[in-house]
Design a protein. Structure first.
Lengths: 275, 238
């Protein structure tokens, strides 16, 4: 079930890394930023977390679109280092901005009854309703993105630009706009991820890099650019951590990293490579 | 050799395109009328492809005037230029290999002007593409890929078609098949600007031609009006 949350972290990064061929170092920080936006909406306006999340999605799209169009577009190109530097800078800005605005205290959004309700599966096994919903959301998100990329006109355009940017420009397909739309979509997934993460776990301004690391491991496990692969990657990582945690809580995170390293060593292209 | 103002589609006047160090195109004047086939010939590095790139808006170091259907298009985005009716068949085909044949074609339709030419026309012209519409474009043979590239361009319903080295690397039989389409395109009133290494083929099909050498037009006229020797002389700058 934890794998669902990890998949949610990873889909947006998978989209930007696999399609646009660049790495958004601030991905995790943007998730945390969205968590704080949700915190404001739920505490100040008293919105239900689900409604707040839905409200954040269009804003997230516009934010991602604008970020790509007016900032990142200037640094995409031959030099990958530039993108890394700029997004790293964004990461630092967000972390310190949040620290300044909200302080270092861990925050959490209450999910209400759903957070504590469980479903009995029999044989004494219970699963949390919220965990099931999160996993379902991850499956739906991956399926929706898959449909979007492979069944729609804009999806074909995104894949075309991913195939050959210069050729796209030559035939009048504006790569600048397509990139911006793809980033917007990536940010919608950031909003969804934040919606579930903010209820699942505590967050503080420095939570971002950990989420980025998880997202990275998930997409590398699943295979770069493969959406269904990131679902499998998320589950593998989640299960590994849970099993590790059963033995010793200190081994929880470590077990995930160990599985990641083993897969990386044996199958560096990931489980379901696209490229 | 002049076209009347009413049917004039493309008028390039005093165009220069700059590379890092020199003028790749040096004060070039070229015109194409509706339904007219114009060839650009010239040796490697003469500036033929650069000229096409400048027309389609993919080169921003441009001086001079390029007017299309009466309005100046220098500085416009490629997107706008394509939507107004110029489409390029790029050198080397430049399909999107991971997309299916149909998706590649659909992109042409979506960037262009919506017009009379539809998918049915492409399937009729190239039945093999209809069979392979769900196949990845990257899995096709070179000739079939060129058919997709041409189909993609035609689906944009251009008023002016720019063809860059269509025959390059293809078997003569396939090239004949592609060139067999030219009269039909011409009949639709579409102007065609052809860049070819293959002088023979290029001059056979063209109404008029320009010979480029080191970025300058060294000879222009109708293929029937000049001898082969004169063309060769200007081609190589002898």
């Amino acid at each position: 079930m934890l794998g669902g949350l990890y998949t949610l972290f990873a889909t947006g990064l998978s989209l930007s890394a696999g399609v646009m061929r660049f790495v958004n170092i601030a991905h995790g920080d943007f998730i945390v930023l969205a968590c704080y936006a949700l915190l404001l909406l739920t505490t100040m306006l008293g919105l239900n977390p689900a409604i707040a999340t839905l409200a954040v999605l269009p804003i997230a799209f516009a934010f991602g679109f604008g970020l790509q169009r007016f900032l990142l577009q200037h640094v995409v190109g031959d030099n990958v280092l530039l993108v890394i530097l700029v997004t790293f800078a964004l990461s630092i800005i967000i972390e310190n901005g949040l620290l300044e605005g909200f302080g270092a205290d861990p925050q959490k959004i209450s999910g209400g009854w759903m957070e504590t309700a469980t479903i009995a599966l029999g044989h004494g096994i219970n699963v949390g309703v919220f965990q099931v919903v999160t996993f379902a959301a991850a499956v739906i998100l991956v399926a929706a993105l898959d449909l979007l990329l492979y069944r729609t006109g804009i999806g074909a355009k995104i894949r075309a630009v991913s195939d050959d940017v210069a050729a796209a420009n030559l035939i009048g397909l504006s790569s600048v706009r397509i990139y911006a739309i793809a980033m917007g979509i990536s940010f919608v997934t950031v909003g969804v991820a934040a919606g579930f993460m903010s209820i699942w776990t505590n967050f503080d301004p420095a939570s971002g890099p950990t989420r980025l690391l998880i997202a990275f491991e998930v997409i590398v496990l699943g295979g770069l650019g493969s959406l269904w692969g990131s679902l499998v990657g998320g589950v593998v990582l989640g299960v590994a951590q849970s099993i590790g945690g059963q033995f010793d809580i200190a081994w929880q995170i470590m077990a995930g990293h160990i599985v990641f390293l083993i897969v990386l060593a044996l199958r560096p292209q990931g489980l379901f490579p696209k490229y | 050799m002049t076209t009347t103002a009413a049917s004039l589609l493309l008028a390039v006047e005093g165009l220069s395109v700059f590379n890092d160090k020199f003028r790749a195109i040096d004060h070039v004047d070229i015109s194409v009328g509706a339904g007219e086939i114009v060839s650009i010939i010239g040796a490697n590095g003469a500036g033929k492809s650069t000229l096409l790139k400048a027309i389609i808006g993919q080169d921003d170091r441009v001086e001079g005037k390029i007017s299309f259907a009466g309005s100046d298009i220098v500085g416009q985005a490629t997107e706008t230029i394509v939507a107004s009716g110029i489409m390029l068949v790029p050198e080397g085909r430049r399909l999107f290999p991971s997309l299916t044949v149909e998706e590649n074609l659909r992109l042409g339709w979506s960037v262009g002007r919506k017009g009379a030419i539809g998918f049915a026309d492409v399937w009729r012209q190239f039945p093999i593409l209809a069979e392979r519409r769900m196949q990845k474009a990257g899995s096709l043979s070179g000739g079939q890929q060129q058919m997709v590239a041409l189909g993609r361009a035609l689906l944009a319903n251009p008023r002016l078609l720019l063809c860059d080295e269509i025959s390059l690397g293809l078997a003569p039989k396939v090239v004949n098949e592609l060139y067999a389409l030219v009269p039909d395109i011409k009949r639709r009133g579409i102007g065609i600007l052809i860049v070819e290494q293959d002088i023979e083929r290029s001059l056979t099909v063209a109404d008029r031609f320009y010979c480029l050498l080191e970025g300058k037009v060294t000879l222009a006229g109708r293929p029937g009006d000049v001898t082969r020797d004169v063309v060769m002389k200007h081609y190589f700058g002898l």
